[in-house]
Design a protein around this ligand. Structure first.
Ligand SMILES: Nc1ncnc2c1ncn2[C@@H]1O[C@H](COP(=O)(O)OP(=O)(O)OP(=O)(O)O)[C@@H](O)[C@H]1O
Ligand SMILES: [Mg+2]
Ligand SMILES: [Zn+2]
Length: 287
């Protein structure tokens, strides 16, 4: 027993931790513990899919909610990790923005939406949706890791990860932390969005993450009179891009005039909802 009363180094057990300067894991004990929790949590989840895009505002969160909704409706156990800490939207899209995450003895409890969809989101931590979250990258990543380590997801068939746009901190840290089944890439047919998708595809290659396919959102508009499809940016741009990189094209979602931020996924009748169902079917086949 040490007469200084200092704790033993938890790794080598031979010296007190303050004096142990040879042990390589010194100071990393907390991180290791979190990593162990994350692995254990993720071990109970069959498929882990991240939804990404090059540009912002192209419909990642809408598509994530749509896929989750359709998977859960078909009987799968689904969770969503809203990894957009600065701009969390998932609870709003799934009509549970008023609910707050609870803490139990075992850890954090996700908010539960329609068909049992479990949600971890920064939106469920803040007082009201118009409160800004002004955190720097490392704090955002640390919240995401806490969601992964301490959230009581239970057994899941799918964990969908809704990411902020681009190739910044969160996409990088998610690709490093979660052994992903694959990525779903969302793009609009506008030329800048298309251009930035190439960066995501190359990032996925570098990180050795499989791309399950590309979704084209806001691809066309259906005339309410004659039902003719109008393609404001031209038809086939995202499909072409998928072909260029030898990736699957998962489908086109129309610009839905009825969409109020929610209708796209909670109404089973809208054209976009029907397409989301088809896209979900293709993702299931790709697994
Ligand atoms: N197919 C669609 N038809 C009409 N509106 C849509 C469609 N898809 C998305 N929107 C709307 O466009 C806006 C942006 O969509 P969303 O938030 O899903 O994009 P995002 O890529 O997640 O954005 P961010 O990069 O900010 O996270 C939202 O107001 C959403 O309701
Ligand atoms: Mg979003
Ligand atoms: Zn018409």
């Amino acid at each position: 027993m040490s007469d200084t009363g200092a704790e033993q180094c938890s790794s080598c057990q031979s010296k007190n931790s303050a004096a142990c300067d040879t042990c390589s894991s010194k100071g990393n004990t907390g991180q290791t513990e979190q990593q162990v929790k994350i692995s254990k949590n993720l071990g109970a989840i069959r498929h882990r899919i991240a939804i990404v895009s090059g540009k912002g505002g192209v419909g990642k969160s809408t598509v994530t909610a749509g896929i989750a909704y359709n998977l859960a409706k078909s009987g799968f156990k689904v969770g969503i990790l809203d990894a957009d800490v600065s701009g969390p939207n998932i609870p709003h899209l799934l009509n549970v923005e008023a609910e707050k995450m609870q803490v139990s003895q075992e850890g954090l409890l996700p908010v539960v939406a329609a068909y049992g969809i479990k949600i971890a989101s920064a939106e469920s931590l803040i007082e009201s949706s118009d409160t800004p979250i002004v955190w720097r990258g490392p704090m955002r990543s640390s919240l995401i890791n806490q969601f992964l380590a301490d959230m009581q997801w239970g057994e899941l068939d799918f964990l969908l990860v809704d990411l902020p746009p681009g190739t910044g901190d969160e996409p990088l840290s998610i690709m490093q932390t979660i052994p992903l089944t694959g990525l779903v890439i969302v793009s609009t047919p506008s030329s800048l969005s298309i251009l930035d998708v190439s960066k995501i595809i190359n990032m996925a290659k570098t990180m050795n993450v499989r791309v399950l396919g590309l979704v084209e959102n806001m691809a066309y508009y259906e005339c309410p009179g004659c039902r003719e499809k109008v393609y404001p940016f031209g038809d086939g741009k995202v499909r072409e891009l998928a072909g260029k990189y030898d990736l699957s094209f998962l489908g086109q979602l129309p610009l839905d005039p009825m969409n109020s931020g929610k209708d796209v996924i909670v109404s089973d009748e809208s054209p976009a909802a029907r397409m989301a169902e088809e896209i979900t079917g293709k993702i299931l086949k790709s697994l």
